[in-house]
Ligand binder design. Structure first.
Ligand SMILES: Nc1ncnc2c1ncn2[C@@H]1O[C@H](COP(=O)(O)OP(=O)(O)OP(=O)(O)O)[C@@H](O)[C@H]1O
Ligand SMILES: [Mg+2]
Length: 302
């Protein structure tokens, strides 16, 4: 069965542009301690259908970077203080709230570590995916929605999907909830799937299964993936290119095999030496203070 579809984003005129182009992005947070510069001068692109990984230790700015793509960070306390974000040639920083609603889900689908951030406990699996279809796939008539929901549940490896429609999230295991989240994100036909540590909360074998699922989906669906992880162990064979973030900056960037086999930056080498094996509960690196200046900059208010 061929599920391939090429997702195009409605307003885009220029298909030769990269899907995502981030230039010199800086993001700050207003905190009681002062202004924290969480992301500083970050530049990268994601091509159509390409899989890119962002790797870095906790607090390095991976999620802030990923959430900025669809302006998902609450402002305040967050503030995009500099740079440009283009999605499919469109200026994300200039989008109206209506355009942002369509971008979120329809252009960029997000899957997070905690199913509870995406799945609502009081609604059935069917009603949650149906809502995503209603918003982002209006061409599917209401009568055809169940068929489409079942197709996606099947595609993400849920056995007897028709029987799961009336289930509530708590009736599913963590791994199954993760699959439902992926199905819900994909049913909206996003051009980019952002997977932010989608397996960190799962145990060993389930982590491996979800990564295998992403690899499999990547072959079946024409879609770009931004994979975020603190774990180098899971990007091999999944990501075409890898960015390494350290204290809010990209310190290394290259083809995944190059980065894994010939890391240039000492921080990357240190991370590689600490590869947690797939499944080992997340382990924090000893902080490597020497390579870059601190993320914390007091920015004077005046
Ligand atoms: N709501 C917030 N308020 C204040 N500072 C924040 C907030 N969210 C993030 N930050 C700052 O931004 C930095 C980067 O956070 P981010 O969530 O992007 O890290 P991460 O690389 O995703 O880490 P993890 O691997 O733990 O998910 C944090 O260290 C913190 O200083
Ligand atoms: Mg994060």
């Amino acid at each position: 069965m061929n599920h391939a579809h090429l997702n195009t984003y409605p307003d885009s005129s220029e298909k030769t542009t990269p899907l995502v182009a981030v230039k010199n992005l800086s993001v700050c947070f207003d905190t009681p301690r002062g202004v924290v510069e969480a992301v500083r001068g970050v530049t990268f692109q994601i091509g159509r259908g390409e899989t890119v990984a962002i790797v870095g230790e906790s607090g390095s700015g991976k999620s802030v970077t990923a959430m900025s793509l669809a302006r998902l960070l609450p402002q305040p306390p967050a503030k995009i203080t500099g740079g440009e974000i283009e999605f499919d040639g469109l200026d994300v920083l200039q989008m109206s709230s209506k355009e942002l609603l369509r971008l979120r889900g329809g252009g960029i689908g997000y899957v997070f570590q905690e199913p509870s951030t995406s799945l609502n406990p009081v609604f059935t699996i069917r009603s949650q995916i149906a809502e995503s279809l209603r918003l982002h796939r209006p061409e599917i008539p209401p009568k055809k929605r169940d068929e489409e929901i079942i197709r996606w549940l099947d595609l993400v490896g849920i056995v007897e999907p028709a029987k799961r429609l009336r289930d509530y999230p708590h009736q599913l295991s963590g791994g199954m909830q993760q699959r439902v989240m992926i199905a819900m994100a994909l049913a909206a036909h996003p051009c980019l799937l952002v997977a932010d540590e989608p397996t960190t909360a799962l145990d060993v074998t389930i982590q491996a299964q979800v990564i295998d699922l992403l690899k499999d989906l990547r072959r079946k669906i024409e879609m770009a993936i931004l994979m975020i992880t603190h774990n180098f162990g899971i990007i091999k064979g999944l990501a075409d290119r890898t960015l390494v973030m350290f204290k809010g900056e990209i310190v290394e960037h290259g083809a995944t095999d190059e980065v894994l086999n010939r890391p240039q930056h000492p921080y990357t080498r240190a991370l590689l030496e600490c590869i947690p094996r797939l499944g080992v509960k997340r382990r924090r690196l000893a902080t490597i203070e020497d390579f870059l200046p601190s993320r914390y900059h007091s920015i004077s208010a005046g």
